[in-house]
Write a protein that binds this ligand. Structure first.
Ligand SMILES: Cc1cc2nc3c(=O)[nH]c(=O)nc-3n(C[C@H](O)[C@H](O)[C@H](O)COP(=O)(O)OP(=O)(O)OC[C@H]3O[C@@H](n4cnc5c(N)ncnc54)[C@H](O)[C@@H]3O)c2cc1C
Length: 308
């Protein structure tokens, strides 16, 4: 690894390249509000800036991590030796209407809720499956975000990725494989955009389904708390939330600052600036109890960056 430059070097270089940077912590940019400070956050706004940024990253061999809306990430405390590449400002979208369907092109930073809003207006069949999920296209495709009714993969035609390989990159369209909260997009691939296809439906029907889904979310999830959605995948035996509830852990806490949500047992709430270490402790505790008392091995759905 060549990279020995300090944070100041990176931010100055990126400024020269015309790319916005900020020195902030992951706790500032993730919905659960934990995580330490990377070298910097870089915010490319368009494809030219993305290319310049990755040429620079490759040249200097800088370890990096792509970030969308940070709504699935639990990053460790302390200094994080990575450049965080945020796609928050890399947003553009366009839709084309065909006889019986819509094609939607959306870049990595486009919010899912923007797509849902377009879907309500125009009539995108099934868009309610991704309603209320606070992520961007890039993060949602990487993790195949969805609900028990379906996921984003139901609509993905192809994905444009920047693939890093042996000191260079290429940009191409791929058709990833998808499974439950998983996609075949590798760690050397950056999602730049996606083409989604929605059959046509009546806008009024789409609107009423989205309202129904959102109402259920408000009734069953702690939406005003700092969380990262479901912590664990549902194992074959039962929904993870039900298992944790049956273990008697709803509302459980190991510290004053973080707890298992009393509203939905598969959520952890960061109540009062807890460090990541306290969230990890709670996760480990729940896994241990599920193993001991139910012989169930819970697997994290959230992205835990513990060892970077
Ligand atoms: C209140 C709440 C409710 C939620 N409900 C749901 C739900 O119902 N269903 C569900 O599936 N999830 C849910 N989530 C979790 C989360 O919103 C989704 O997984 C979301 O799609 C993650 O997108 P993001 O942009 O926030 O990704 P991030 O959290 O920023 O990143 C997620 C992963 O994708 C990678 N990544 C991000 N952008 C790119 C890119 N451009 N290229 C390559 N890799 C990238 C990151 O490195 C990381 O590994 C919920 C979260 C909250 C806070």
């Amino acid at each position: 690894m060549n990279f020995e430059g300090g944070r100041r070097g990176i931010t100055a270089d990126l400024k020269r390249l015309g790319i916005n940077t900020k020195i902030i912590s992951f706790s500032d940019l993730t919905t659960i509000g934990v995580g330490g400070e990377p070298y910097a956050f870089a915010f490319p706004r368009n494809i030219d800036e993305v290319k310049k940024l990755f040429e620079y990253i490759i040249e200097k061999e800088i370890p990096f991590i792509p970030v969308g809306n940070g709504s699935k990430l639990i990053v460790r405390d302390g200094k994080i030796p990575r450049l965080a590449v945020s796609f928050n400002l890399f947003e553009s979208h366009n839709e084309v209407e065909w006889k019986d369907h819509f094609k939607v092109y959306a870049s990595a930073g486009t919010s899912l809720q923007f797509i849902v809003a377009c879907g309500i207006k125009k009539g995108f069949e099934g868009v309610e499956k991704i309603s209320g999920i606070p992520g961007c296209i890039g993060g949602a495709i990487k993790k195949n975000a969805g609900t028990k009714f379906g996921s984003i993969s139901d609509f993905v035609e192809n994905v444009e990725v920047l693939s890093l390989n042996n000191g260079s990159f290429e940009i191409k369209k791929v058709e990833p494989k998808f499974e439950y909260r998983w996609s075949s997009i590798g760690d050397n691939q950056i999602i730049l955009s996606a083409t989604l296809k929605f059959k046509k439906a009546k806008p009024t029907e789409v609107k009423s389904k989205v309202s129904e889904y959102l109402k259920r979310r408000y009734e069953t999830q702690p939406l005003t708390a700092k969380t990262c959605g479901c912590i664990f995948k549902n194992p074959p035996q039962a929904p993870a939330g039900k298992i944790i509830d049956e273990l008697g852990l709803k509302g459980f806490r190991l510290s004053k600052r973080a707890r298992i949500s009393p509203v939905h047992a598969n959520f952890i709430e960061n109540e009062n600036s807890a460090p990541a270490a306290e969230i990890y402790e709670l996760i480990d505790y729940v896994k241990e109890k599920a193993r001991e008392q139910r012989k169930i091995e819970l697997e994290e759905e959230a992205v835990l960056l513990k060892d970077i």
